[in-house]
Design a protein around this ligand. Structure first.
Ligand code: SF4
Ligand code: SF4
Length: 372
């Protein structure tokens, strides 16, 4: 495993972090039904391979993500593990005491005395203006009591606004969405690192889409053994990136990502240019790409929204049409009922919950047309 300093004066962290938002489930349609046995196994596997950074949010998997981390850390006798978690401060109306309670619960669930990095989850310029001071007061309180060691924010706002949030000078770290298909944050990442901040990256594999093995993508970097390797190397080679967080739930995924993060990842200028050309080709076909975060769920009609979009993008962007059609049929015939795009009632309940503003109804209609 390779390591890099997480911001000026920060600890050395593994270049791959364990993102605990896509843990193995007992029931595919229920994000809160975490399979703790399998979750502990994959987290431990990554720690054994040298990963020393785990990322969560108080409410991932209905609060069970932090619990799974706690179970994996209990009895762990290896290297120290850095914990980053997030506070849902976008709930403007919640009183500060509620956030204090969530923080205490997180400490208990993860069996630690302090959180290394507490982030304002999905901060935007708008939410910073509304409750930024409240978050700073809350984190000052937690810092003074030694309950957290640093504060930061994650964001899906525009690169310009994120840059302004960085320039407030209030935060030690930032978590941004970035991959070779969505490279808009490239300069902002370098800007944050130039200010001495640690930068972690979410969605390095495009919510799993770039992990599907596609020879034309794999071959963009000669020597890459998988599309996931191409995507991860692109992120890790970006100036300013400290580490990439991957939401892992299969032992093979953990092994593959750890292998890539353990090697030097330089990409030549010619290879970057080839990736940019490929991106331009894909952009002509792409709409807003779903990152499979699951925030739009549950759907009252039972539509498995992220799974449908994963299949749509596999077919539309990567050309894996036959596999996508098979996956679509599985969703249609799910034993709990039709989970395919065809079951959407166009009620619109999911739309305001999507942080990346995917036109969900339109894209579901497209999915049903293409794969149904
Ligand atoms: S618009 Fe469709 S996918 Fe979205 S919540 Fe309503 S039924 Fe579900
Ligand atoms: S549609 Fe939006 S909210 Fe739903 S999983 Fe995709 S990115 Fe997340």
């Amino acid at each position: 495993m390779r390591y890099k300093r997480y911001g000026k004066g920060g600890p050395m962290v593994s270049r791959l972090g364990f993102g605990a938002m896509r843990l193995p489930l007992r029931k595919r349609s229920d994000l809160t039904a975490v399979n703790f046995r399998k979750s502990v196994a994959v987290i431990r596997q990554s720690l054994d391979a040298g990963v020393n950074f785990v990322d969560s949010q108080h409410h991932y998997h209905g609060g069970h993500s932090e619990e799974a981390i706690g179970r994996a850390l209990k009895g762990w006798k290896g290297h120290r593990v850095c914990i980053q978690t997030k506070s849902p401060f976008y709930h403007f109306e919640w009183p500060i005491d509620h956030f204090k309670r969530l923080l205490h619960e997180a400490l208990e669930k993860m069996h630690v005395d302090a959180i290394d990095y507490l982030l304002f989850h999905a901060m935007s310029m708008d939410s910073f203006k509304k409750v930024g001071k409240k978050f700073l007061r809350f984190t000052d309180w937690a810092l003074q009591r030694g309950l957290i060691r640093n504060r930061g924010f994650s964001s899906h706002d525009s690169p310009e606004n994120v840059r302004k949030l960085i320039d407030t000078g209030e935060f030690q770290v930032v978590l941004l969405s970035y991959n070779w298909m969505s490279p808009d944050m490239r300069d902002t990442i370098a800007h944050a690192a130039g200010k001495g901040m640690g930068v972690s990256v979410m969605n390095p594999l495009g919510g799993g889409l770039l992990g599907a093995d596609t020879p034309p993508i794999r071959r963009l970097i000669p020597g890459s053994k998988s599309s996931a390797e191409t995507a991860l190397r692109y992120v890790l080679d970006t100036p300013g990136v400290t580490l990439a967080l991957s939401g892992m739930n299969e032992p093979e995924q953990v092994a593959e990502n750890c292998r890539v993060a353990s090697r030097k990842t330089p990409i030549t200028a010619a290879q970057r240019k080839a990736m940019r050309r490929q991106l331009e080709r894909l952009e002509k076909r792409a709409d807003q790409v779903c990152t499979a975060c699951g925030y739009c769920l549950p759907c009252p009609a039972g539509v498995a929204i992220p799974q449908n979009f994963m299949l749509l993008n596999q077919a539309k962007l990567l050309g894996l049409v036959d596999g996508a059609r098979k996956g679509f049929r599985r969703l249609q015939n799910d034993k709990e009922g039709d989970k395919s795009a065809g079951a959407c009632l166009a009620c619109g309940k999911c739309l305001p919950k999507c942080p990346t503003h995917v036109p969900i109804i339109r894209q579901l209609q497209e999915t049903a047309r293409l794969l149904g």
